[in-house]
Design a binder for this molecule. Structure first.
Ligand code: UD1
Ligand code: UDP
Length: 363
């Protein structure tokens, strides 16, 4: 039996191909939702768009400091794992849900599969970097999306036979939803925007939006880009960012701020954008997969494949550098290979789990 642990927007999206594969193969599994994300547009909207089955458990942990949130998830997951005794626990990515899910399973000696293993920004100031390093080192099966990720794991001493390069399940999710998004979403009509006639922005990284200076600088850059190109800047705003922008009383007039959208609307916004500005991990990947140039509002990235492909540029968070980055990427070559796989990562991961007998829990 597989326990699929998830709790946030990107985990729901990136676990969806694995859940679909479990359904298709009629595998015994259940979904454990931690409730780290709980607002409709960060949680339920994705179960609806992606037609996912209901979680068997929802821990409803909600928000809090890192320690509060992680400890609530840890104790909640332990109770469920003791009751269900699954053969393997699957976690995806680098959130507090992943850290706590992996830790609870490790202490109960239940094998762990880490989906999207081996990503490194080499910036330990990021909470996500701590989470992914710990999760990788206590996992039994490491599903690395790319060869670069595999090399990071090998370099840290993780045995090669625990690692499988699968591609990233985000490609599966995009391929499975893009055509449906085109027919179901009317967000561009609702917003009155034309294909290639707007910039799309997301920003929610703690180190960016919890700092008044950094968030102000990002907003300044967005307003400057809006003025320079006379194009709408569409910003589906993460609740964390909305909260901080209100607290810092930042001027948003000139930017089209909307609520976070469902997956179909967001794919439609991404694939038609002139350029995407983001500090999100998943959005850097999706821009690259969809052939849309990206400017990343950070100094480091754990997605270097997007930079190597020529699809992404690291601009940091200074207004001038962001403006230069946008100009540079608007004039750059727009064709590149998608480095994240063929859309069959979910199938590979499930096949590997089915063949795992005897491979886990030996070290
Ligand atoms: C978390 C992850 C981050 C991931 C992001 C995906 C960690 C440490 N961070 O960041 O890696 O990129 O999810 O979006 O795990 N809030 C709501 N409704 C919600 C969820 C959050 O209003 O459904 C607000 C609350 O004010 C909360 C804040 O957003 O305090 C931050 O939420 P939290 O889950 O702690 O971190 P994220 O910034 O969402
Ligand atoms: N996303 C979405 N609606 C939005 C913003 C993002 O559906 O308004 C999706 C996006 O397609 C991607 C994922 O959310 O698959 C990225 O999540 P997020 O940026 O919250 O987290 P990260 O990838 O940085 O961990």
């Amino acid at each position: 039996m597989i326990a699929i642990v998830l709790g946030t927007r990107p985990e729901i999206i990136k676990m969806s191909p694995i859940i679909r594969e479990c359904e298709a193969k009629q595998i015994d599994y259940f979904i454990l939702h931690t409730g780290q994300h709980y607002s409709y547009e960060m949680d339920r909207a994705f179960f609806c768009d992606l037609a996912l089955p209901e979680p068997k458990y929802n821990l409803d942990v909600g928000s809090g400091s890192h320690a509060e949130q992680t400890s609530r998830i840890l104790t909640g997951i332990e109770r469920v794992l003791e009751k269900e005794a699954p053969d393997i626990v699957l976690v995806q990515g680098d959130t507090n849900t992943v850290l706590a899910g992996a830790l609870a399973a490790a202490k109960l000696h239940i094998p762990i599969g880490h989906v999207e293993a081996g990503l490194r920004s080499f910036d330990r100031q990021m909470p996500e970097e701590i989470n992914r390093v710990v999760a990788d080192h206590i996992s039994d099966l490491l599903f690395a999306p790319t060869e670069t990720a595999r090399q990071h794991l090998l370099h840290e001493g993780i045995p090669h036979d625990k690692i499988l390069v699968t591609g990233n399940t985000v490609v599966d999710a995009v391929f499975q939803s893009l055509a449906i998004a085109r027919t179901k979403s009317n967000i561009t009509e609702t917003l009155g925007i034309m294909p290639k006639g707007y910039f799309l922005v997301t920003s929610h990284r703690q180190e960016n939006v919890d700092s008044p200076e950094t968030l102000h600088e990002i907003i300044r850059a967005l307003l400057a880009i809006h003025a320079e190109y006379s194009l709408p800047v569409i910003f589906p705003m993460h609740p964390r960012t909305k909260k901080m922008a209100q607290q810092f009383q930042l001027p948003l007039c000139g930017i089209t701020v909307i609520d976070p959208t469902g997956f179909f609307d967001f794919l439609q916004l991404e694939s038609n954008a002139r350029l995407i500005l983001t500090d999100s991990g998943g959005v850097q990947e999706e821009a690259c997969i969809l052939g849309v140039p990206c400017v990343t509002l950070r100094n480091t990235t754990e997605r270097p494949e997007t930079i190597d492909a020529g699809a992404n540029l690291l601009a940091g968070t200074g207004c001038d550098r962001i403006r230069e980055g946008v100009n540079e990427m608007l004039n750059a070559r727009r064709t590149w290979e998608n480095p994240y796989g063929d859309g069959r990562a979910g199938v590979r991961i499930v096949e590997s789990i089915l063949g795992m007998k005897g491979r886990c829990g030996e070290g």
